[in-house]
Design a protein around this ligand. Sequence first.
Ligand code: F6P
Length: 319
Amino acid sequence: MKRIGLLTSGGDAPGMNAALRAVVRSGIYFGMEVYGIERGYAGLIDDNVIQMEMRSVSNIVQCGGTRLRTARCLEMMTVEGQKKALDTLEKHGIEGLVVIGGDGSFRGAKVLSEYGVPTIGIPGTIDNDLEYTDYTLGFDTAVNTCLDIINKLRDTMTSHERVSVVEVMGRHCGDIALYSGIASGAEIIVVPEISFNMDEIVSRINRSRANGKHSNIIVVAEGVMSADEFSKRLQSVTEYSVRPTCIGHVQRGGSPSMADRMLAAQFGNKAVRLLNDGIGNRVVGIRNNKIIDMDIIEAVSMKKTFNQELYETLQMISM
Ligand code: F6P
């Protein structure tokens, strides 16, 4: 394979730039020409293609966001859009593609694979919502950003003896809430995978206050309810003073952590090694601390499971 394409798609994630760097440099190492497609699948459909050189990816390993920019592209779900995307690849003689993104982006990659374009997916999303990999690129940095904010909230909530309701991202997957909840010492997390009962939450707060706590932290995943709404409902059934905070898009930005930069280097390099070996239609990931690859159709059909044991751990140690 002599000419490969590269795009980032869906919500951006810290570490995407480091992955771009790894793909471009690995491709050049193997003697390939690497073409960057700007604005994800939208740019593939609109023919926004640029050649990437060794120096195109200088000084970005530490940057959040994605230099190729990204988009959520509904047109890629139509046959018309898919045909335009294929035309662009053909026009530039691009023989293989690396797609960095989440679940939706992988579905686009799967379609291109089915049309005969060898495609490799790199899991890039803060959500950590892909079952086949233990971690997605950007998750670690996003959780660390949430921790920074929750640490600061804890200061003021303790001074005022308040209950802090913190909304983090995650429409269907509670992993950001679960990990930031455990690591910040939150008493309660509310996630889409597990139904909640407000009376039980109030009892838990009351019990912790009886045990000598002066403040509480509740982390709520956005897919359950907004921090505003949750706070109003909680405030109507408790005497304690409740304050909402929505972390929002801040958790999608920032310089990637060491863990995300390491994943980016390894995922990017593995993706290019596969294409160089003539292997397509795979996704790369990490399982039990080993870089793995898997059939793309199998990967997108796996249903994400929630880590019940970690959830119980939080309940046992935060009181
Ligand atoms: O998929 C990543 C993500 O950050 C989700 O956690 C969140 O629900 C969504 O994107 C927000 O999307 P947008 O930036 O398009 O509003």
